[in-house]
Design a protein around this ligand. Structure first.
Ligand code: FES
Length: 480
């Protein structure tokens, strides 16, 4: 019986990105079975990986942690009850594997005895077969030690986290620490449907197709008997004990309701003379439901304005917006007298400049000045999803400068499929577009996300289409 591993777990085990594994699958270098990889195949394809030595993997994780900055990236131990249940499940698996082994052992003894009888009666073929069988049993398989180490490491991973696959979208994520299914999905950038996130509205209903879950928060929403019988659960109340398959709907921009949330100013971070980052925190019981690339309306003491969210929806209660110094009422307020702990009311979200969740094609991101805000959110979302083959970020700066240049460089350092090119706007839109497209002669298999002024977007669209970009690959947001 073969041991199958989900692709995301393989990525963690061998210390390469999921996109790199997907590339290997496309090139027929790695065989999969229904999206899973057999342990033997893993040992064959990665003959040099030492499972005991995960130093390199930890190093990459550390760089990622630093690169993601304020992103919530804690990996805490699961709750002790969850831990106990996971150990129990693993114990059951171990017990059934052991009883199967004992059974095979008995079958082997019986077979060897029958072959022995035939051999003693003069059957030469039976004698040879018996000899061959005994030899096979005595010989240790070449990869036995590596196989044992791999299984041990995978078992530890399964105690620390559970893998969840979402149907029908095919997305997957890990439940770590004390996260509920909903929290873990959002952290992984998968915008599953939800409302209150505390068991009242029923919006996060999903159907458990396989695996074990555990209720970790009580809920007031009442599920009907038919729903319960069908395996329906509330994702904000349950965590995963074992690897799980769920049937749940991924939300698009039109599915997200308008929200009004009073937030608190956590920090006002100057990013130069002309722009600042406003860090807001939503109340403990509320988080802003939005998709990367969308905007919100901010209001403080009568001054209001629309701003793109520059942070990732995976950042829980933290919202970051970039405010440029100009004459808009909210900008004046933010630069002149907004203070830490002040209240800013947030309404939204709006806009449809969002990631195409189903696409796995290479992605180009192009931002002009503070068009970087929605692009930054999209980049972080794309990183969480780990779907795009490659990601290329171009940031054109004029007066504002590349005000989060270090962050972009850290992304490029941390991810082997990510490049970052800062550009200046001096030569005008046409020259900038030429520089962006110089490295991309064929865009037939790409998605391009661009945010900036009209002349930049027009020139970029024209240049991209001339290089074969399909209409469905073009995603643009006018930022003035
Ligand atoms: S999000 Fe409201 S019940 Fe789960």
């Amino acid at each position: 019986m073969s041991h199958l591993l989900p692709l995301s777990r393989v990525a963690h085990l061998v210390g390469v990105s999921r996109t790199a594994l997907q590339r290997m699958i496309r090139n027929n270098e790695l065989a999969t079975f229904d999206g899973m990889v057999e342990m033997e195949e893993l040992l064959r394809v990665f003959p040099d990986v030492q499972w005991e030595d995960d130093g390199e993997f930890k190093r990459v994780e550390e760089i990622k942690r630093r690169a993601f900055g304020k992103r919530v990236y804690e990996r805490t131990l699961p709750d002790k009850e969850v831990l106990a249940e996971r150990l129990y499940e693993l114990g059951k698996e171990f017990a059934s594997a052991k009883s199967l082994l004992l059974h095979y052992d008995q079958v082997f003894d019986w077979l060897a005895e029958r072959l022995g009888e035939s051999a003693r009666a003069g059957d030469r073929q039976a004698a040879e077969l018996r000899h061959w069988l005994r030899q096979q049993i005595r010989e240790t398989p070449a990869d036995a030690e590596r196989g044992k180490a791999l299984l041990a490491q995978e078992s530890v991973m399964r105690i620390m986290s559970a893998h969840v696959r979402v149907q029908p979208s095919g997305h997957d994520f890990f439940v770590e620490g004390n996260d509920t299914l909903l929290e873990a999905a959002l952290r992984a950038g998968i915008p599953l449907n939800y409302g209150c996130s505390n068991g009242n509205c029923g919006e996060c209903r999903a159907r458990l197709v396989s695996g074990q879950v555990k209720k970790v928060h009580p809920h007031d929403y009442v599920l009907s008997d038919a729903e319960k019988a069908d395996g329906t659960l509330l994702m904000c109340s349950y965590t995963a004990i074992t690897d799980v398959v769920l049937e749940a709907q991924v939300a698009g921009a039109v599915d997200i309701p308008q929200q009004t949330i009073p937030t608190r100013v956590k920090a006002i971070e100057p990013l130069g003379e002309q722009i600042l980052a406003l860090h807001l925190t939503t109340p403990r019981s509320q988080r802003l439901r939005f998709l990367a690339g969308q905007y919100v309306n901010l209001r403080a003491e009568g001054a209001s304005g629309e701003y793109y969210v520059a942070s990732c929806p995976c950042e829980d209660r933290h919202i970051e917006v970039h405010v440029r110094r100009d004459n808009r009422p909210f900008a004046r307020k933010a630069f002149e007298d907004l203070r830490k702990e002040d209240t800013v009311t947030l309404e939204g979200p709006g806009g449809a400049f969002v990631i195409r969740m189903e696409s796995r094609r290479p992605v180009i991101f192009a931002a002009w000045e503070d068009g970087f805000a929605p692009i930054k959110s999209l980049v972080q979302h794309a990183m969480s999803l780990e779907q795009a083959e490659t990601m290329h970020l171009y940031w054109v700066a004029e007066g504002l400068g590349h005000y989060q240049d270090n962050l972009c460089r850290a992304w490029a350092d941390a991810l082997d499929n990510f490049t970052y090119v800062p550009l200046t706007a001096k030569g005008g839109a046409a020259q900038v577009v030429e520089a962006i497209l110089a490295g991309h002669p064929d865009l037939a298999r790409h998605d391009l996300y661009a945010a900036g002024p009209k002349d930049f977007l027009d020139a970029l669209r024209q240049g991209s289409e001339a290089r074969g970009l399909a209409p469905q690959g073009w995603h643009a947001e006018l930022v003035v």
